[in-house]
Design a protein around this ligand. Structure first.
Ligand code: ADP
Ligand code: MG
Length: 240
């Protein structure tokens, strides 16, 4: 579904992604970990063309992401993204935040968009907050709204960039639970996170990045118990 083939990316002279080969199949849950600055966010952002690649090829459902003929908006409709900071519109209610893109981008009627929005708010467990403003919600609740907003576009792929790292510890679980449900339902997910419990429970694969390279790809049990790469061992010894 997502295929990186010898992908390189530079920011000016800085070589941020180096010869990335990575294939993610439908329904797979891939957790990306690695030190700060290793290129995890950039890797994710290339998938929905928030960043352009410098060379190599990157396809989503066989469509070349960086081809001039590719309809980027169509590509993005199929890919939901959840960030560390929730990026909700502060002056709009929870429901208004969720119906915006389905109405503008998918051309849904307000009634239809609201119905879908409520379905996803129920799914993430905060239907009762539909008419609240983001500032009236806890961080965990805001992040669940952000997930519902992504799901409301009916994407085939969900990208998560450190979705729990800005949250107070007691709110991490409620967000991870929603993500686990999605994973069990077969959503294709690429998740940058250092949450080992989540990774062990739902990840099919761990991708370890360091200095712009994918150094190791293994099953969670293998990776956490017996990492092959010295740099992965060192990294784990620091975060665990
Ligand atoms: P990670 O998510 O693993 O912490 P990033 O992908 O955010 O890493 O960043 C990788 C490297 O690229 C970092 O050194 C960062 O400073 C640099 N970088 C990220 N975005 C830009 C940008 N827009 N321009 C220049 N350098 C960038
Ligand atoms: Mg990052």
């Amino acid at each position: 579904m997502i295929v990186f083939n010898k992908v390189n990316k530079y920011f000016g002279d800085f070589h941020v992604l180096k010869d990335i080969d990575l294939t993610i199949t439908k329904g797979e849950v891939v957790v990306v970990i690695g030190p700060s600055g290793s290129g995890k966010s950039t890797l994710l952002r290339c998938i929905n063309h928030l960043e352009t690649i410098s060379d190599g090829s990157l396809t989503v459902n066989d469509i070349p992401v960086n081809d001039k003929k590719t309809d980027i908006n169509k590509l993005r409709r199929n890919i939901g993204m959840v960030f560390q900071h929730f990026h909700l519109y502060p002056h709009k209610t929870v429901l208004e935040n969720i119906i915006l893109a389905p109405m503008k981008v998918l051309g849904k009627s307000e009634a239809e968009a609201k119905e879908t929005a409520k379905k996803y708010l129920e799914k993430v467990g905060i239907l009762e907050k539909a008419d609240s403003y983001p500032s009236q919600l806890s961080g965990g609740q805001q992040q669940r709204v952000a997930i519902a907003r992504g799901l409301a576009m009916s994407p085939e792929i969900m990208l998560f960039d450190e979705p729990t790292s800005a949250l107070d510890p007691e709110m991490i679980g409620e967000v991870l639970d929603v993500m686990k449900t999605l994973a069990h339902e077969g959503m294709t997910m690429v998740v940058v996170t250092h949450e080992m419990g989540f990774a062990k429970e739902v990840a099919d694969r761990i991708v370890f990045m360091d200095e712009g390279r994918v150094l190791e790809e293994s099953k969670p049990s293998e990776f956490y118990e017996n990492p092959r790469e010295e740099r992965a061992k060192l990294f784990l010894s620091r975060i665990l």
